[in-house]
Design a protein around this ligand. Structure first.
Ligand SMILES: Nc1ncnc2c1ncn2[C@@H]1O[C@H](COP(=O)(O)OP(=O)(O)O)[C@@H](O)[C@H]1O
Ligand SMILES: [Mg+2]
Length: 232
């Protein structure tokens, strides 16, 4: 899908002080794998949240597949799945199975159809053995895979992930990374795990609310490293 960001500036209210976190951002992207890197506070999460209308731009417009996030938020969120850093922020139901099924409510599916889709998702993410376990007892890595399964079961066309491996140990981060690499759908991945970006089609580098580099992974990661090295 085509992502269009036109002249976007975003200002958080921040108790009336007005904090500008993205400035004059314009870009078009329809690549299959898009990475986003940058220092803490550079505006990455704000950018990610703009893509499914979780954050609406203060000025300018964001369109996904031609739909304006400010006018068509619901339609945008049906197409754009979002995965947070902390899976606990996203897991809403008591058991693993119920959490995945939650995304399929109000879709007019029969109970059997829901069960079938949920079982397939759990199988695909190595969670079948935990189907009826309380979600809070899963490991951090399993929780992130559950959060991912609960988003993917809804059938998005684009998946936006905001640092999905930051809270995980190396082994679990690798599992999540493998899962993401196998996904057939379009992905926007915000990450500090720069090795995940190898093979990506395009990587955006943010710095202090501006897009400062936009290119192939090697050049973008090089630009980001140089930026960080130049800090006092
Ligand atoms: N809801 C908010 N209210 C006020 N300031 C915010 C809010 N969310 C983020 N910020 C600030 O905006 C800046 C950019 O945040 P963010 O987009 O989360 O950056 P990143 O994900 O790159 O760390 C940070 O300085 C952050 O403190
Ligand atoms: Mg962030």
């Amino acid at each position: 899908m085509l992502i269009e960001v036109d002249d976007v500036t975003h200002v958080y209210d921040d108790g009336g002080r007005g904090r500008t976190v993205l400035e004059d951002l314009t870009l078009r992207a329809d690549e299959h794998r898009i990475g986003v890197v940058g220092a803490n506070g550079s505006g990455k999460s704000t950018f990610a949240r703009l893509l499914n209308g979780l954050v609406l731009p203060t000025a300018g417009a964001v369109r996904v597949d031609g739909l304006d996030t400010a006018d068509d938020g619901r339609a945008v969120r049906r197409r754009v799945g979002f995965c947070f850093t902390d899976p606990d922020a996203q897991i809403v139901m008591p058991t693993v199975r119920e959490d995945v099924a939650f995304g399929l409510r109000r879709r007019g599916l029969t109970r059997d159809e829901v069960d079938e889709r949920v079982d397939a998702m759990l199988e695909e993410h190595g969670l079948s053995a935990h189907a009826d376990h309380p979600a809070h007892l899963l490991s951090g890595g399993q929780k992130q895979l559950l959060a991912l399964a609960s988003v993917l079961v809804t059938g998005p066309d684009l998946l936006v992930m905001d640092e999905p491996t930051t809270l995980l140990d190396l082994r679990n981060a690798a599992r999540v990374a493998e899962t993401v690499a196998r996904l057939p759908l379009q992905v926007v991945l915000v990450t500090h795990h720069l090795d995940l970006l190898a093979g990506f089609d395009r990587v955006l580098v943010f710095d202090e609310g501006r897009l400062v580099h936009d290119g192939a992974p090697d050049a973008a990661v090089g630009h980001y490293r140089a930026l960080m090295a130049a800090l006092p």
